[in-house]
Design a binder for this molecule. Structure first.
Ligand code: SAM
Length: 481
């Protein structure tokens, strides 16, 4: 099951192919959403030009970077604990420098230097191109900070190095920042205003990935359906664009079409879709292109109209159902997943029941479910009291998770007896004898290896399942090889 925030990879030390020509050692650890992991690949690319090789051995690093997440308090606590560990290592290696990157850097800015005595450098998500200068500062013994948010930066001109890659699937960022201002969410404050990346640079990156042997890309953004390229600049300034810019603008449906046509054997995924930004033409382009996968991650956060309004989610429960109905009508076998928040301020038992009944209507394939965590500076933190007792939040979250597990099983059971195309990603975590891959709906499929290889598209007959995994038997290569 793909996770928006994948617990299994949180904090992994990322590593690229070793080059003996690079004299200094970089240890980079990433937390949070896939965009952060993708950003770490941009950082490693920038630093490779500065003479840094990646290492997985913390003790031998010259520079330790931690790419952080602020989305919930727990994510920040985890990073603070890691900084304590780095402190212990720094005692035996005083030359080692420590930098904090990403959302926590942006949220806390130079406060981090004062609070965490071992931090030498604080760099926000739009300032990575300044890293070479900042590193020179810290090499000279000064502390360095750059947390300026940009109107333009998309890193479209940087070729990310793929860290810890399986060589088969890759992530490609298409937008940065977010303008949606959901009241619970810290992202607009840590990642700035929304801007889109030049479509040609996206197509070029996808083509390069194909040439390197990759078979699947996920186009990444906080709200991908809101993608809009009109020559650069913030999404909010589009109204002021010239007529020529508007006439040649590229929206998300068009971008996906460009990518799908440029690499017709490559699987295309995308994440995340905000229901308020998703339009019918996006669903129609999915149906029109075989290589765009039948899977939509469509967070709703709550099933109650009152709570959706308080969250500033700009759609109602009824509109969400209409969107779901349209998806099911246009792409009948489309998998849909959710993000849900339990215990938002003011949530009554009735609101919680609305969430459960919404889930009953949709019967999501997977879900990512969280207890509400108040984030400083957000609209909710400023205007609403975090008034749901912890135990109630946890009980409601448990009920949501239990229902999701029931629906996940129902969904996976529906695959039994079918033959599905699976893209092989690597060995199954549980058995060296089995491959692990995914079907178009993004469900994990495990099957005996035989002579197949990672990167192969294999037709697999599904014979059994758990709520998260399909088990099958290969019956031959698909015609996509
Ligand atoms: N941009 C996407 C959207 O708006 O749907 C996802 C953003 S966030 C990286 C991923 C998920 O974290 C959200 O969909 C939400 O469920 C959860 N989340 C965000 N802020 C939260 C908070 N303050 N407390 C609990 N969960 C939160």
């Amino acid at each position: 099951m793909e996770k928006v925030i994948d617990e299994s990879i949180q904090g992994s030390a990322l590593i690229l192919d070793q080059s003996s020509e690079l004299p200094r050692k970089l240890y980079i650890e990433s937390y949070g959403c896939q965009m952060n992991f993708s950003d770490s690949e941009i950082v490693a690319s920038i630093l490779a030009k500065e003479g840094f090789n990646t290492t997985q051995v913390l003790e031998e690093a010259d520079l330790v970077l931690v790419n952080t997440c602020s989305i919930r308090e727990k994510a920040e606590i985890t990073v603070r604990k890691r900084l304590e560990k780095f402190n212990a290592v720094k005692k035996s290696n005083p030359q080692m420098k420590v930098g904090v990157l990403g959302c926590m850097a942006e949220r806390l800015k130079s406060q981090l230097l004062e609070e965490e005595k071992i931090v030498d450098m604080v760099v926000g998500p739009d300032a990575y191109k300044d890293l070479p200068n900042l590193i020179r500062e810290i090499d000279d013994g000064r502390q360095a900070v750059n947390v300026i948010l940009s109107k333009e930066e998309t890193y479209g001109d940087i070729a990310p190095v793929r860290l810890n890659s399986n060589g088969v699937t890759a992530f490609v960022s298409i937008t940065r920042g977010c303008d949606n201002m959901c009241t619970f969410c810290v992202v607009p404050f840590t990642r700035g205003r929304e801007r889109s990346r030049d479509p040609q640079s996206i197509v070029n990156e996808v083509t390069q990935l194909w040439e390197q042997g990759f078979k699947e890309v996920t186009l990444l953004g906080q709200t991908v359906d809101s993608y809009l390229w009109y020559g650069g600049g913030l999404k909010k300034d589009y109204e002021r664009a010239s007529e020529i810019q508007k006439a040649s603008a590229v929206n998300f449906a068009k971008l996906r079409q460009m990518v799908a046509i440029a690499q017709q054997q490559m699987r295309i995924r995308f994440s995340t879709s905000n229901p308020q930004d998703m339009t019918l033409d996006v669903i129609e382009t999915m149906a029109a292109h075989r290589n765009i996968c039948n899977y939509i991650h469509l967070p709703v956060q709550s099933g109650s109209d009152k709570i959706l309004k308080a969250m500033n989610r700009l759609h109602t429960r009824k509109e969400y159902f209409e969107l779901i109905d349209n998806i099911r009508k246009i792409i009948p076998d489309c998998a849909i997943s959710q993000d849900m928040i339990a215990g938002f301020p003011g949530e009554t038992e009735e609101d919680h029941q609305d969430t459960l009944s919404l889930m009953e209507y949709v019967k999501y394939d997977f879900g990512f479910m969280f207890a509400y965590s108040e984030r400083p500076g957000t609209l909710a933190a400023r205007k609403l009291k975090d008034d749901i007792p912890h135990d109630t939040k946890i009980r409601r979250l448990r009920e949501i998770i239990n229902l999701q597990q029931k629906h996940s099983l129902l969904r996976t059971q529906a695959h039994i007896g079918k033959t599905e195309e699976v893209l092989v990603e690597g060995s199954s975590k549980k058995s060296e004898e089995h491959w692990m891959g995914r079907n178009t709906q993004n469900t994990v499929v495990v099957f005996p290896k035989e002579n197949y290889q990672p990167g192969d598209f294999v037709n697999v007959r599904i014979v059994d399942c758990t709520s998260a995994t399909l088990l099958g038997k290969a019956i031959g290569y698909s015609d996509n090889n």
